[in-house]
Design a protein around this ligand. Structure first.
Ligand SMILES: Cc1cn([C@H]2C[C@H](O)[C@@H](COP(=O)(O)OP(=O)(O)O[C@H]3O[C@H](C)C(=O)[C@H](O)[C@H]3O)O2)c(=O)[nH]c1=O
Length: 184
């Protein structure tokens, strides 16, 4: 597995080793020991999530606070998505900064997003299937949502026109409105 630390401390890009032959291809999509050796993180994943999105759907920017904050290991298994993580760690030198990368069924890239980040993506193709592992269970009461196009974060989303949003996401909070209990 190829491991690349990214510009926001803690974010890591993982590229699995792919074994191709006349039948097609095989790769280990997750290996706890390889993950820990690669990231130096002893993450215990408790939930696998799978979402399916039409082109131009934006999901996010979401995160959970408190003791159910979630680390996420994300990948795309059909289509492609521009995936975004936002640093919400108040003492971080990159607090409020975002990082984005294209994840696709074709590039097989995965991103490790530790607790302390908001996460979202835009589907770039019809029927984009997005899979991710989380280190805490879903908790609707602990979930927070920052508006996808918050002007203070200013994510440069690779989309033209208005995205398809859930009601919840359309009503996302502003970054500037977040209080200490919403941050890390
Ligand atoms: C996240 C989640 C949702 N749900 C239920 C709650 C709703 O009735 C329904 C759809 O949830 P939501 O609209 O929050 O789904 P997404 O917009 O894909 O949310 C996710 O989008 C961004 C990209 C993330 O990183 C988060 O993991 C997650 O918030 O599934 C569950 O039952 N379990 C879960 O873990």
């Amino acid at each position: 597995m190829k491991v690349t630390p990214l510009s926001l401390p803690g974010l890591v890009l993982l590229e699995p080793r792919v074994f191709s032959d006349g039948r097609g291809a095989f790769f280990e999509s997750f290996n706890q020991r390889s993950f820990e050796e690669a990231t130096g993180v002893r993450a215990e994943f408790v939930q696998d999530n799978h979402s399916v999105s039409s082109r131009n759907v934006v999901r996010g920017l979401h995160y959970q606070v408190g003791d159910v904050a979630q680390g996420k290991l994300v990948r795309v298994v059909r289509g492609s998505a521009f995936d975004v993580a936002v640093d919400l760690r108040r003492t971080s030198a990159t607090f409020g900064r975002w990082y984005g990368i294209n994840l696709s069924a074709q590039n097989r890239l995965q991103m490790w997003i530790p607790e302390g980040f908001a996460h979202g993506f835009v589907a770039l193709e019809e029927t984009t299937e997005f899979l991710y592992k989380t280190t805490s269970y879903y908790s609707a009461t602990s979930e927070r949502c920052i508006l996808w196009n918050d002007p203070s974060i200013a994510v440069e989303w690779p989309i033209t026109g208005e995205p398809v949003l859930s009601e919840k996401d359309a009503a996302g909070r502003s970054f500037d409105s977040l209080g200490n209990s919403d941050l890390f």
